[in-house]
Design a protein around this ligand. Structure first.
Ligand code: SF4
Length: 343
């Protein structure tokens, strides 16, 4: 492995910034939940990163304490960014995790810098900040405490139920500044979940997380992503998912159809060929011209979900709870289907 090739800054776009201020420390843990995983502990040089202007996302600043993600979603398009580390976008992405162990201290330092403007910071935009490694490293607790103390607005997008560990810090922060949370739940089919998102908590558990956050007065939306053509896009599947999202008390739901950029494309199509070979020609037709499904398809899904959300009452039951504290920060969701990693 060529450590001198590794890159530090998580812009989500793979910006070429030297990775290590010091050499990485390699660790494995002999417990069942970390079997087969390797962690590379590094000291990052900076942690609050500006998103490139060309990204068209509704936030400008991000914090990403990890690279790689043990949630192992086959469609994850952060996969490609692992190649900037001289690791592969497939199994390495799932099992070789870079941990920025000094992230909490850096956040505190960078938020206190005279030039910092107190901007909204989005987390979970590249890889999941509440992935399994967080249970051991607990970087998010220090990061949230620093954000709370600086009264700095922030939002979190996650698939991880571990976010509930930090309910105390989230609610404290929400008393002082704008805090937004979003769960990523594309569908509620457990069989498909086991196959396509094998390292994540099951969808039902994620819905419970959303409900708990809402009950604690934290605005929680759902990024219904990705919607998988021919697998989770039937009217019945969409209706079932949106109904459960409404029942969980989500403040809003934003659907995003699967997109397949290089890195994710190869890995996902490999999975599809193994699990649903008959769908491969249909996917190649749908994604034949690029990373995105045709606009008409995306618009149809958006329309269906919007209608279902209105019919199911998404946001109705949560509005009172969310009003108990400050108004929610802008949801962590893309203006369009581009750019945002699907958590
Ligand atoms: S989609 Fe999100 S949760 Fe899944 S592997 Fe990628 S970063 Fe992790």
């Amino acid at each position: 492995m060529r450590w001198d090739n590794l890159r530090l800054t998580d812009t989500g776009q793979g910006a070429a910034v030297p990775l290590f201020a010091r050499g990485a420390v390699t660790r494995t843990f002999p417990t069942p939940e970390f079997r087969g995983m390797t962690f590379y502990e590094i000291h990052a040089r900076s942690i609050v990163n500006r998103v490139p202007a060309a990204s068209h996302v509704p936030f400008q600043w991000t914090i990403n304490p990890y690279r790689g993600c043990t949630h192992s979603c086959t469609y994850c398009f952060a996969r490609k960014t692992h190649e900037y580390l001289d690791l592969d976008a497939g199994h390495d992405f799932d099992s070789k995790i870079v941990v920025k162990v000094n992230a909490p201290e850096l956040v505190r330092k960078e938020l206190a810098a005279p030039g910092w403007g107190g901007h909204h910071i989005a987390m979970g935009t590249n890889v999941d900040c509440y992935q399994r490694a967080e249970g051991r490293y607990e970087l998010m607790r220090g990061i949230l405490a620093a954000l709370r103390d600086a009264r700095n607005p922030f939002s979190i997008l996650t698939k991880g139920s571990l976010i509930l560990r930090d309910l105390d810090l989230l609610t404290e922060a929400a008393e002082l500044t704008d805090v937004g949370t979003s769960l990523s739940i594309g569908f509620v089919d457990d069989e498909l979940w086991r196959s396509v998102e094998p390292g994540t908590p099951r969808p039902g558990r994620r819905l419970e997380v959303c409900a708990t956050l809402t009950e604690h007065g934290l605005a929680c939306g759902v990024l219904m992503a990705p919607i998988l053509p021919y697998l989770t896009d039937s009217p019945q599947a969409l209706a079932r998912t949106v109904r459960q999202i409404a029942e969980a008390g989500a403040t809003h739901v934003v659907p995003i159809v699967l997109h397949l950029r290089p890195g994710a494309r190869e890995w996902f199509l490999g999975w599809l060929a193994r699990e649903h070979p008959r769908l491969v020609p249909r996917y190649l037709e749908l994604y034949g011209r690029g990373a995105y499904a045709p606009k008409a398809y995306q618009e149809r899904i958006a329309r269906q979900v919007k209608e279902l959300a209105a019919r199911s009452g998404v946001g109705r039951s949560s509005s009172a709870a969310a009003r108990r504290i400050r108004p929610p920060a802008p949801p962590v969701s893309p203006a369009g289907p581009e750019q945002l990693t699907l958590l």
